[in-house]
Design a protein around this ligand. Sequence first.
Ligand code: MN3
Length: 211
Amino acid sequence: MNNEYFPFINLPLAYAYDALEPYIDARTMELHHDRHLKTYVDKLNQVLNECPKLQKISLTQLIRNAGKLPREVREEVRNNAGGVYNHRFYFYNLSAEGRQEPQANLAEAINRCFGSTEIFCGELKNAATSVFGSGYAWLVLERGKLKIMTTPNQNCPLEQGCCPILNVDVWEHAYYLKHYNLRADYFDDWFCVINWRQAEENYLRALNCNI
Ligand code: MN3
């Protein structure tokens, strides 16, 4: 992921807004990327503009160390650095190439940890639909083991020492225009556009991170 340092820019999507149709609609993708994500980028730049000392810290290090930042900027950094990282991660892990299956090493790890892709999908769906209000469901690597977790708002598993492999944004802005209040239906559509090649890369990188 490029642009790891201040000033942050809203990197363009790697595919067209309508590339994920009919699963995720073009208008949702456009608003989600160009307005919601852009707002987090702009706010993070604003916060860091006031704190020159934090400008040399990478996006992931800002998140990992959010709890140690000066109290007066901690929540704003957590929310906005998280908003940038979590959204970039979400958009990177979507694919316009049609439905894929988990690949190679990650497929093997999912089968070992959960039993099958179907069981994994069900458990991740339960997690995604259980988030009260806004947040994310994640597949992460924690101390070498796969784990499903949820985070509220724009909190990020990096802060808990977990390495993200896959995330699904369950804020209503991610699905309301097409799926209304039916988050479970959105999840099923999202599962059809996962970029499993990217997830495999994330998994291999996470194994090497050793966190
Ligand atoms: Mn979002």
